[in-house]
Design a protein around this ligand. Structure first.
Ligand code: 5GP
Ligand code: MN
Length: 331
């Protein structure tokens, strides 16, 4: 995996943040715990330095999803409509400007914008870059920045960092986990986090209806052993009708069950949004770079976890995905 060409500009980011009176932190649309946790941890740290801090997400009338409403620092969150211009904008875990949603103009209009990200597909927006595709989570980069700002690691800051780190490493199971990641986690434990409580809320806590829809999605899953050059694809769909009253984010974990399929190198879940378009989530195990596959389908992500938004009906998306996966497998 290639590294971002520019080394992280830690001193540029620290100087800009020390000089700022006000900071707006932005997480990507449909934020996960790494995006929102990083923004909240940095927000809490900057608030302790006396800055005016806002945290937002570029979705109209953004509300924190119920799956993340236990994170510390949520009183910093404002809707994009409420966001004020700030001396510095910090964008967390966002690889491309389209994932800034309705806040994209805010970022491009800002004289100083710091992008903190670990996606290999980061496409270069912002004026100061802290991009490290080797980092297991944006939260690990956020923690380093907090250390460089000389802020004491409180339990709340540590909890927000842990949420991002545990999520993006799949509870420290993915290849991106190193001994340094585990030492970072140990440091967060020492700062007083309630790790088992956080783990349950992050991974083992879902509305009953979400489990029923998971059952429906698994029931209709299709295994294509010949796909991916014979290494196998398993996929399923979740329509907005299946989902009923549940929010889109409630379907995020369907892929975590589907990807366990022994016979498939790649797992895909196609999820229909409230607007009716289909989003594809991809996971691979060892040999296929789904970040590149998603990139060629208009999205992006990491080697083993990626996503994109479709432009056709879901049947055509399956056909297009299989052909891209065969190409990636050299078949
Ligand atoms: P998920 O399948 O959990 O939604 O996303 C997995 C990974 O792919 C995440 O790291 C996420 O940032 C990335 N990803 C998901 N959807 C998109 C997309 O539409 N565009 C880009 N650039 N990346 C995406
Ligand atoms: Mn991330």
């Amino acid at each position: 995996m290639s590294s971002y060409p520019t080394a992280p500009d830690w001193s540029g980011a620290v100087a800009a943040l020390h000089q700022a009176d006000s900071v707006l932190l932005i997480a990507h649309v449909t934020p996960d715990a790494d995006a929102l946790g990083s923004a909240l941890a940095l927000g809490l740290a900057l608030k302790s330095l006396g800055k005016k801090v806002q945290v937002s997400v570029g979705e109209p009338d953004f509300q924190v999803p119920s799956s993340l409403n236990f994170l510390p620092g949520l009183d910093l969150v404002v809707t994009p409509e409420q966001a004020d211009s700030a001396d510095v904008v910090v964008v967390c875990d966002t690889s491309s400007s389209e994932r800034l949603g309705v806040l994209a103009d805010f970022v491009s209009a800002s004289a100083i914008s710091i992008a903190i990200d670990h996606h290999p597909t980061f496409n270069g927006f912002g004026t100061i870059h802290i991009i490290d595709p080797e980092s297991p989570a944006t939260a690990a980069l956020a923690l380093k920045l907090i250390d460089l700002l000389d802020v004491t690691l409180t339990r709340d800051i540590a909890s927000a960092i842990y949420a991002g780190l545990a999520t993006d490493t799949g509870s420290f199971k993915f290849q991106s986990t190193t001994s340094e990641t585990l030492r970072t986690a140990a440091r967060l434990f020492d700062a007083g986090i309630q790790h088992s409580d956080l783990a349950r809320k992050l991974f083992d806590d879902e509305p009953f209806d979400a489990l029923r829809v998971l059952g429906v999605a698994l029931e209709r899953a299709v295994l294509v052993p010949t796909a991916v050059g014979g290494r196998g694809l398993v996929y399923t769909t979740v329509s907005s009708y299946d989902r009923g009253e549940l929010p889109e984010l409630a379907m995020e974990r369907v892929i975590d069950t589907l990807r366990r399929t022994t016979e498939a190198e790649v797992a895909a879940v196609f999820k229909q949004t409230d607007e009716g378009v289909w989003k594809g989530s991809l996971r691979s195990k060892t040999s296929i770079n789904v970040g590149e596959v998603a990139g060629s389908l208009g999205g992006g992500g990491h080697k083993y976890a990626a996503g994109y938004t479709g432009t056709s009906d879901v049947d055509q998306m399956v056909i297009d995905l299989i052909s891209e996966l065969d190409r990636a497998a050299g078949a």
